[in-house]
Design a protein around this ligand. Structure first.
Ligand code: LLP
Length: 436
């Protein structure tokens, strides 16, 4: 998919570059991003709204992969940006992202984070709870600044996905409950705050979702309430943010519609709802993360050791693992992979790909058909672009891999590989005399 193909040497090529050359030049493990594919996905979402003539913002959920280069790419494609922490906001500011298109999420933003958001006059703060609403208001008063907000609500929807990435159900740590009056109380309170402009509502029902049903149900519940509130106290929502969560294809088991097509179906329904309740069509915001960058990322690993458990399994180990991709260990996530340097050869054994961390759970792929591999072969694991680098860690003091962007036969290093020196940079020796 994307610009991936097998070249005349039988090597996997991405963005017009031989992955064997990439591994030689930048080392392994290595995250490789197909920039053209990210652009294509971004354009797909934007075009959907243009075709439907619906004013919209497509905000890239930068938690999926936040780096300066990625934020710059999001800007190039005219996206808005969703950040969820001071760190992601700092990255966006360092990338000089247009502030008015930054949206700030999170269920426990600190005073410092809120002050930072106000100081830089970002576009919108998505308020999650009563504590935050009061805190934000008092900071606005102190700083004599105004801000736009959305209220994050939980519509009480159970989407079909892994429990840890479900977020729209009533028993969730996120947002104001829409059903039990919390959301209404929050809105009434927010409307009394002079320095706070409530643009509208936000909801996010979960992640890696394959059906439009959940989104449509959520939209229905939101419209019911908005209608009530319009009648009761003339509140009209200018913006409706439906979150992200559009599923992608990790393996043949997954069969998502193209995300832009999902969105089209959902928006058609929102238009019908607006008409049904005789309400003005609000501006629609969405927040895709995974569906913008997930399948654009491929991780290259060098194969090393092998262990046979006779009659049971062949373990083939690579030079990374749960430190650069924790998703299999955390969510039982599944991936597909090929030998990048022998991409045309037929599979003649089934192996399980182990990482190199000191933990039995550090497995990347179970039961993968592959040509019989040797040490030094190159393994390419697909669809690692979302929540791979973003959730990478230094377990076992493994340095985090480098990231390269490839496009039109050019490779750009966008995150350099960590060194051992980087790993101890924050450490303070007991032998150091002055310690403050
Ligand atoms: N908006 C909100 C409010 C969110 O909480 C999320 C994801 C998104 C947008 C983007 O969702 P996406 O389009 O990427 O599915 N680490 C997990 C995913 C956690 C998602 C958290 N929130 C994983 O690796 O699957």
């Amino acid at each position: 998919h994307g610009t991936s193909k097998v070249n005349a040497k039988g090597h996997l090529e991405i963005g017009g570059i031989d992955t064997v050359e990439l591994a030689k030049k930048f080392g392994t493990p290595l995250y490789v991003y197909d920039v053209a594919l990210i652009r294509e996905r971004a354009k797909g979402f934007k075009l959907t709204f243009e075709n439907l003539k619906v004013p919209a913002q497509v905000a890239y959920a930068s938690k999926a992969f936040s780096t300066i280069a990625m934020v710059q790419l999001a800007e190039e494609e005219g996206l808005s940006l969703d950040v969820v922490s001071g760190g992601e906001l700092y990255t966006a500011l360092a990338a000089d992202f247009p502030r008015e298109r930054i949206h700030f999420h999170g269920n426990n933003k600190s005073r410092e984070e809120l002050e930072m958001a106000l100081k830089h006059e970002i576009g919108c703060i998505v308020v999650d709870n009563f504590y935050e609403l009061e805190l934000l208001n008092s900071i606005c008063e102190e700083m004599k600044m105004s801000t736009k907000i959305l209220l994050r609500v939980t519509p009480g929807i159970e989407a079909h996905t892994h429990d840890y990435i479900l977020t729209g159900q009533a028993d969730s740590k996120f947002g104001f409950d829409l059903q039990n009056g919390q959301a209404e109380d929050a809105l009434k309170k927010a409307l009394t705050f002079e320095k706070i402009d409530v643009l509208g509502l936000h909801c996010h029902i979960g992640s890696q979702i394959f059906e439009t049903t959940g989104f449509i149900l959520a939209a229905k519940k939101l419209f019911e309430k908005l209608h009530e509130w319009k009648e009761a106290f003339s509140y009209e929502s200018k913006v409706l943010n439906l979150g992200g969560g559009f599923g992608i294809r990790y393996t043949a088991e997954d069969e998502p519609l193209p995300a832009a097509q999902y969105v089209a179906e959902i928006i058609e329904e929102v238009k019908r709802l607006a008409e049904h309740y005789s309400m003005a069509m609000p501006e629609i915001w969405i927040e895709p993360g995974r569906s913008l960058v997930g399948d654009a990322g491929t991780t290259l690993y060098k194969i090393g050791s092998r262990k046979e458990v006779p009659d049971v399994r062949q373990y083939v180990a690579v030079d990374g693992g749960m430190s650069d991709n924790i998703r299999p260990a955390l969510y039982q996530a599944k991936y597909e992979a090929v030998l990048a340097n022998r991409a045309l050869e037929k599979a003649d054994e089934t192996v399980s790909i182990a990482g190199k961390c000191c933990e039995s759970g550090d497995m990347l792929i179970w039961d993968l058909p592959l040509p019989k591999s040797d040490s030094d072969d190159l393994l390419a694991v697909f669809c690692t672009g979302a929540y791979g680098y973003a959730m990478a860690n230094n377990y076992n003091r493994l340095p985090r891999p480098a990231v390269v962007f490839v496009e039109n036969g050019e490779a750009k290093l966008v995150v350099r590989r960590e060194t051992y020196e980087d790993l101890i940079r924050m450490d303070i020796s007991l032998k150091q005399k002055i310690n403050n």
